[in-house]
Design a protein around this ligand. Structure first.
Ligand code: GDP
Length: 197
Protein backbone atom coordinates (compact mmCIF):
# COMPACT_ATOMS: atom_id res chain seq x y z
CA UNK A 1 0.00 0.00 0.00
CA UNK A 2 1.37 3.42 -0.91
CA UNK A 3 0.82 6.26 1.46
CA UNK A 4 1.10 9.94 0.92
CA UNK A 5 2.67 11.94 3.70
CA UNK A 6 1.43 15.13 5.14
CA UNK A 7 3.32 17.31 7.59
CA UNK A 8 0.83 18.18 10.31
CA UNK A 9 2.41 20.46 12.89
CA UNK A 10 5.30 21.19 15.23
CA UNK A 11 4.28 20.96 18.86
CA UNK A 12 6.11 22.68 21.71
CA UNK A 13 3.48 22.00 24.38
CA UNK A 14 1.00 19.18 25.12
CA UNK A 15 -2.01 21.28 24.14
CA UNK A 16 -0.58 21.50 20.62
CA UNK A 17 -0.41 17.74 20.05
CA UNK A 18 -2.76 16.51 17.30
CA UNK A 19 -6.08 15.24 18.61
CA UNK A 20 -5.56 11.58 19.50
CA UNK A 21 -7.40 9.06 17.33
CA UNK A 22 -4.89 7.63 14.89
CA UNK A 23 -2.24 5.12 16.02
CA UNK A 24 1.09 6.87 16.45
CA UNK A 25 4.74 5.86 16.22
CA UNK A 26 7.54 7.95 17.75
CA UNK A 27 11.13 8.18 16.48
CA UNK A 28 13.83 8.82 19.05
CA UNK A 29 17.59 9.00 18.91
CA UNK A 30 20.71 10.95 19.76
CA UNK A 31 21.61 13.79 17.45
CA UNK A 32 23.42 12.58 14.33
CA UNK A 33 22.21 8.97 14.72
CA UNK A 34 20.57 9.08 11.28
CA UNK A 35 16.98 9.88 12.26
CA UNK A 36 16.37 12.42 9.47
CA UNK A 37 17.80 10.00 6.93
CA UNK A 38 15.51 7.21 8.11
CA UNK A 39 12.52 9.53 8.07
CA UNK A 40 13.43 10.55 4.53
CA UNK A 41 13.05 6.96 3.43
CA UNK A 42 9.73 6.62 5.25
CA UNK A 43 7.95 9.93 4.74
CA UNK A 44 9.89 11.31 1.78
CA UNK A 45 12.58 13.92 1.66
CA UNK A 46 10.35 16.94 1.35
CA UNK A 47 8.28 16.13 4.40
CA UNK A 48 11.25 15.11 6.53
CA UNK A 49 13.08 18.33 5.73
CA UNK A 50 10.47 20.25 7.67
CA UNK A 51 11.77 18.74 10.91
CA UNK A 52 15.20 20.27 10.43
CA UNK A 53 14.06 23.79 9.64
CA UNK A 54 15.01 26.41 12.24
CA UNK A 55 12.54 26.57 15.10
CA UNK A 56 11.39 22.99 14.64
CA UNK A 57 14.43 21.05 15.83
CA UNK A 58 13.34 21.30 19.49
CA UNK A 59 9.72 20.51 18.74
CA UNK A 60 7.86 17.26 18.22
CA UNK A 61 7.09 17.22 14.51
CA UNK A 62 4.01 15.24 13.56
CA UNK A 63 3.37 13.65 10.17
CA UNK A 64 0.32 11.79 8.92
CA UNK A 65 0.39 8.91 6.50
CA UNK A 66 -2.75 9.06 4.37
CA UNK A 67 -4.29 6.25 2.36
CA UNK A 68 -5.71 6.65 -1.13
CA UNK A 69 -8.93 8.05 0.31
CA UNK A 70 -6.94 10.64 2.26
CA UNK A 71 -7.75 8.95 5.55
CA UNK A 72 -5.13 9.13 8.29
CA UNK A 73 -3.74 5.65 8.81
CA UNK A 74 -0.82 6.44 11.02
CA UNK A 75 0.83 9.39 12.70
CA UNK A 76 4.60 9.66 13.01
CA UNK A 77 6.14 11.78 15.73
CA UNK A 78 9.71 12.94 15.18
CA UNK A 79 11.20 13.82 18.57
CA UNK A 80 14.15 16.16 19.09
CA UNK A 81 17.59 14.54 19.14
CA UNK A 82 19.12 14.06 22.56
CA UNK A 83 22.60 13.27 23.82
CA UNK A 84 24.38 16.55 24.12
CA UNK A 85 23.56 16.72 27.80
CA UNK A 86 26.01 14.91 30.08
CA UNK A 87 24.87 11.75 31.81
CA UNK A 88 21.86 12.89 33.70
CA UNK A 89 19.48 11.75 36.37
CA UNK A 90 16.64 11.94 33.95
CA UNK A 91 16.72 11.18 30.27
CA UNK A 92 14.82 14.39 29.74
CA UNK A 93 17.61 16.65 30.99
CA UNK A 94 18.52 18.83 28.05
CA UNK A 95 15.23 17.98 26.42
CA UNK A 96 12.31 20.35 26.27
CA UNK A 97 10.01 19.81 29.27
CA UNK A 98 7.04 18.56 27.27
CA UNK A 99 8.83 15.49 25.87
CA UNK A 100 8.63 13.39 29.01
CA UNK A 101 4.87 13.92 29.50
CA UNK A 102 4.38 13.13 25.82
CA UNK A 103 6.11 9.78 26.19
CA UNK A 104 4.33 9.09 29.44
CA UNK A 105 0.73 9.97 28.70
CA UNK A 106 0.15 10.01 24.96
CA UNK A 107 -2.63 7.44 24.68
CA UNK A 108 -2.33 6.75 20.95
CA UNK A 109 1.44 6.13 21.05
CA UNK A 110 1.77 2.47 20.02
CA UNK A 111 5.48 2.10 19.43
CA UNK A 112 8.69 3.98 20.19
CA UNK A 113 11.36 3.43 17.57
CA UNK A 114 14.72 4.05 19.23
CA UNK A 115 17.65 4.60 16.91
CA UNK A 116 21.19 3.68 17.93
CA UNK A 117 24.30 4.00 15.80
CA UNK A 118 25.71 0.59 14.75
CA UNK A 119 29.16 2.14 14.30
CA UNK A 120 29.75 3.03 17.94
CA UNK A 121 29.61 1.15 21.25
CA UNK A 122 26.41 1.18 23.33
CA UNK A 123 25.84 4.66 24.74
CA UNK A 124 24.76 5.43 28.28
CA UNK A 125 22.18 7.95 27.07
CA UNK A 126 20.58 5.33 24.80
CA UNK A 127 20.38 2.84 27.64
CA UNK A 128 18.86 5.51 29.88
CA UNK A 129 16.18 6.26 27.34
CA UNK A 130 15.38 2.60 26.70
CA UNK A 131 15.19 1.88 30.44
CA UNK A 132 12.98 4.90 30.94
CA UNK A 133 10.61 3.79 28.18
CA UNK A 134 10.51 0.26 29.58
CA UNK A 135 9.62 1.65 33.01
CA UNK A 136 6.91 3.77 31.41
CA UNK A 137 5.47 0.56 29.92
CA UNK A 138 6.10 1.59 26.33
CA UNK A 139 6.52 -0.83 23.48
CA UNK A 140 9.91 -0.25 21.85
CA UNK A 141 11.73 -1.30 18.70
CA UNK A 142 15.44 -0.56 18.63
CA UNK A 143 17.11 -0.11 15.26
CA UNK A 144 20.84 0.12 14.60
CA UNK A 145 21.53 2.72 11.91
CA UNK A 146 24.20 3.09 9.20
CA UNK A 147 24.78 -0.67 9.01
CA UNK A 148 26.09 -0.28 5.42
CA UNK A 149 29.28 1.24 6.88
CA UNK A 150 30.28 -2.05 8.52
CA UNK A 151 31.88 -5.20 7.11
CA UNK A 152 30.26 -8.56 7.85
CA UNK A 153 32.49 -9.27 10.86
CA UNK A 154 32.08 -5.81 12.28
CA UNK A 155 28.32 -6.12 11.94
CA UNK A 156 28.21 -9.30 13.93
CA UNK A 157 30.51 -7.91 16.61
CA UNK A 158 28.81 -4.53 16.93
CA UNK A 159 25.28 -5.93 16.92
CA UNK A 160 26.25 -8.35 19.68
CA UNK A 161 27.80 -5.52 21.73
CA UNK A 162 24.67 -3.41 21.28
CA UNK A 163 22.32 -6.22 22.26
CA UNK A 164 24.37 -6.92 25.34
CA UNK A 165 24.96 -3.29 26.32
CA UNK A 166 21.36 -2.24 25.83
CA UNK A 167 19.97 -5.49 27.30
CA UNK A 168 17.88 -6.37 24.27
CA UNK A 169 17.10 -9.62 22.50
CA UNK A 170 16.47 -8.00 19.17
CA UNK A 171 17.86 -4.96 17.41
CA UNK A 172 16.96 -4.34 13.78
CA UNK A 173 19.97 -3.37 11.65
CA UNK A 174 19.05 -0.78 9.02
CA UNK A 175 20.57 1.45 6.40
CA UNK A 176 18.82 4.54 5.11
CA UNK A 177 21.43 4.54 2.36
CA UNK A 178 20.81 1.07 0.92
CA UNK A 179 17.34 0.40 2.32
CA UNK A 180 18.57 -2.63 4.23
CA UNK A 181 16.20 -3.60 7.05
CA UNK A 182 13.52 -1.06 6.17
CA UNK A 183 10.98 -3.79 5.31
CA UNK A 184 11.58 -5.42 8.64
CA UNK A 185 11.00 -2.13 10.40
CA UNK A 186 7.78 -1.66 8.43
CA UNK A 187 6.61 -5.09 9.50
CA UNK A 188 7.06 -4.01 13.10
CA UNK A 189 5.18 -0.76 12.51
CA UNK A 190 2.42 -2.65 10.75
CA UNK A 191 2.11 -5.14 13.58
CA UNK A 192 1.35 -2.45 16.14
CA UNK A 193 -0.58 0.00 14.02
CA UNK A 194 -2.47 -1.96 11.41
CA UNK A 195 -0.81 0.12 8.66
CA UNK A 196 0.74 -1.64 5.70
CA UNK A 197 3.75 -0.66 3.67
P1 GDP B 1 20.07 12.98 12.60
O1 GDP B 1 20.83 14.08 13.28
O2 GDP B 1 19.79 11.87 13.55
O3 GDP B 1 18.85 13.44 11.89
O4 GDP B 1 21.08 12.33 11.53
P2 GDP B 1 21.14 12.48 9.94
O5 GDP B 1 20.07 11.69 9.29
O6 GDP B 1 21.26 13.90 9.58
O7 GDP B 1 22.52 11.70 9.65
C1 GDP B 1 23.74 12.06 10.26
C2 GDP B 1 24.86 11.66 9.33
O8 GDP B 1 24.89 10.27 9.14
C3 GDP B 1 24.74 12.27 7.93
O9 GDP B 1 26.02 12.60 7.48
C4 GDP B 1 24.14 11.14 7.11
O10 GDP B 1 24.49 11.21 5.75
C5 GDP B 1 24.75 9.93 7.76
N1 GDP B 1 23.86 8.75 7.64
C6 GDP B 1 22.61 8.65 8.06
N2 GDP B 1 22.08 7.44 7.79
C7 GDP B 1 23.05 6.74 7.14
C8 GDP B 1 23.12 5.42 6.58
O11 GDP B 1 22.19 4.60 6.60
N3 GDP B 1 24.31 5.06 6.02
C9 GDP B 1 25.39 5.90 5.96
N4 GDP B 1 26.50 5.46 5.40
N5 GDP B 1 25.33 7.16 6.47
C10 GDP B 1 24.19 7.58 7.05
Amino acid sequence: MRYTTQFLLSAMAPEQFPAPGTPEIAFLGRSNVGKSSLLNTIVGEKAAKVSSTPGRTRAINFFALLDEKQRRKLLLADLPGYGYAKISKSISAGWPAFIEPYLQIRSTLKLCICLVDSNIPPQESDLQLIDWLRAAGREIAVVATKIDRLSGNERTRNMLALRKGLELEEIIPISAKTGYGINKLWARIEAVSGAEE
